[in-house]
Write a protein that binds this ligand. Structure first.
Ligand code: FE
Ligand code: MN
Length: 357
């Protein structure tokens, strides 16, 4: 005899089986085929780990004291003209690059990436980009910089404009509201992966790194340590963004191997090589004479070194074979975060101001 209770159980078992099927459709399944509200079971543990790593890195700009920086910035003797130029170029580039990245997450990625734990990380990352945006407001306010100057450098300084335009061009079709990609087609999938490589590998993984090297060198000279410390916290956040982006790209490619054609791979390698040249041009422009023991040709070698690491992480061949000229940077950025990333234990909450490298 079948009771209504048995029937109800059978119905819910059927529903569970159907929803299990939905979950297995992968990262890019349209919302009609997945349930983006079902967080458990977790399909992609790396996405959850990135979320936890992001939480462990919590910080806000106001925790960093700026009195010393304000004095040094006002002084006519502490900073050279070249050092001021280098600082301004980095503020000019980062202040708008963070906003471009945040917009890409919210307006583009969130639409196409429907897996719940990946979306959860995108929400966390979007918050971190908001913190980074706030950092440049805090620095501009503290140093009484001209906001019109800093926030228009991405249009007025050619070496900065060239970087932003390059990433935006790689992703233009996705940002155009009139142009909806069909994520079930080969072309749609390739367009999205190209966006991910544009923002995670090139913008956050290459275009941020000459700036990080310059600002952290400054810190090693005890100059503008409040500004530099915020760059250091940003770097720590960005290395998780980068790890997430690389895992995401590799998972999408594994689920959709047909998109990873030799032509597509060659195109992405060409983009990354071009990005290294743009970043080198930016470094030469920001550091025309070299300062702080940093010269732009050494930064070039550093960029080639990190580009090779980024390529390898998404299963593309290294292009340069350059040695790392800044082992101290690698200690801070590559090791610290990635070591953490592969640890499965719950990372203790680390407050930004309590951090020691
Ligand atoms: Fe950021
Ligand atoms: Mn970021």
């Amino acid at each position: 005899m079948t009771t209504s209770h048995d029937a109800a159980l059978r119905l819910s078992a059927d529903k569970r089986a159907a929803s299990e099927k939905k979950r297995r459709r992968g990262i890019l399944a349209p919302e009609s085929l997945v349930d983006p509200n079902k967080f458990l079971p977790i399909t992609y543990p790396w996405a959850r780990q990135c979320y936890k790593d992001g939480i462990a890195n919590n910080w806000i700009p106001e925790e960093v004291a700026m009195m010393g920086d304000i004095e040094q910035w006002r002084s006519q003797t502490v900073l050279s003209e070249d050092e001021r130029r280098m600082i301004l170029w980095n503020l000019g580039f980062f202040s708008t690059a963070e906003s471009l990245t945040a917009n890409n997450i919210v307006l583009t990625l969130y639409k196409y990436i429907t897996n719940p734990e990946c979306r959860q990380y995108l929400l966390r990352q979007a918050y971190e980009e908001a913190v980074h945006n706030d950092m440049f407001v805090y620095i501009c306010d503290s140093l009484s910089l001209d906001p019109d100057e800093v926030y228009s450098m991405y249009e007025t300084i050619p070496s900065i404009a060239a970087k932003d335009e390059f990433v935006i061009n790689m992703t233009r079709s996705l940002l155009d509201p009139a142009h909806q990609i069909d994520i079930e087609t080969l072309e749609g999938k390739q367009t999205l992966v190209s966006d991910l490589i544009g923002f995670y590998v090139i913008m956050e993984g290459i275009f941020f790194y000459a700036g990080f090297a310059m600002m952290l060198s400054l810190m090693r000279q005890q100059k503008m340590v409040g500004v530099a410390e915020q760059f250091q916290y940003t770097l720590r956040d960005e290395s998780v963004h980068l790890a997430f982006g690389q895992y995401l790209i590799n998972a999408i490619v594994a689920e959709n191997p047909e998109l990873w054609t030799p032509e597509f791979q060659a195109q992405q390698i060409a983009h990354i090589r071009h990005a290294v040249e743009l970043e080198y041009a930016y470094a030469q422009d920001a550091l025309p004479r070299g300062i702080l023991g940093l010269r732009s040709d050494v930064i070039y070698q550093y960029l080639q070194h990190i580009a090779d690491r980024r390529l390898e992480r998404i299963n593309l061949p290294a292009q340069y074979g350059a040695e790392n000229p800044f082992p101290w940077m690698s200690e801070i950025m590559d090791l610290n975060k990635e070591k953490n990333f592969f640890e499965t234990r719950v990372t203790e909450y680390q407050h930004g101001s309590a951090l020691e490298w």
